[in-house]
Write a protein of this length. Sequence first.
Length: 178
Amino acid sequence: MTINMISGRVWKFGDNINTDLMLPGDVHAGSEEEQAGAVFRANRPGWLNEMARGDLIVGGRNYGTGSSRPAARSLRNIGIACLVADSINSLFFRNCVNFGLVALECPGVSAAFEELQIADISLDDFTVKNRATGVVLKAQPVPEHLLAMMQSGGLYPLLEKQGYIAPKAKSAPTAARH
């Protein structure tokens, strides 16, 4: 089942947010859990304690510039429901598709929101509405097959669901650290 409306609290990030900020180099070889725990620690210390699952990121121009690190996976793993930015770096956009993070380009979105306002995003008509001001913007439509990959959790879960690859083996739970 696909969700065609995403609503959530907005966290704003500026222009040229690079993948090093989302996935710092010192945790690049770490577990997905370690990587998720380091998201934005350099430029927004404590942010992970403020945000909640289902929140949204509104970015400026060229969001996700930098390396091909799987930073989109970390954003998905911390519970970001959607990324909407004035523009998204093409490599980062593809990683959003591959790792199952709904991402939309929407010119003017960064100027249309203040932090912590609520955004309503329709994936039926690709509109982004600021609930507080009533401003509605038109996002760039995402091709149906790419949107399906994002909404299915990414490329591998979609291929598993369609029977093209075997399901990923479940890992054993890790012991709690004291």
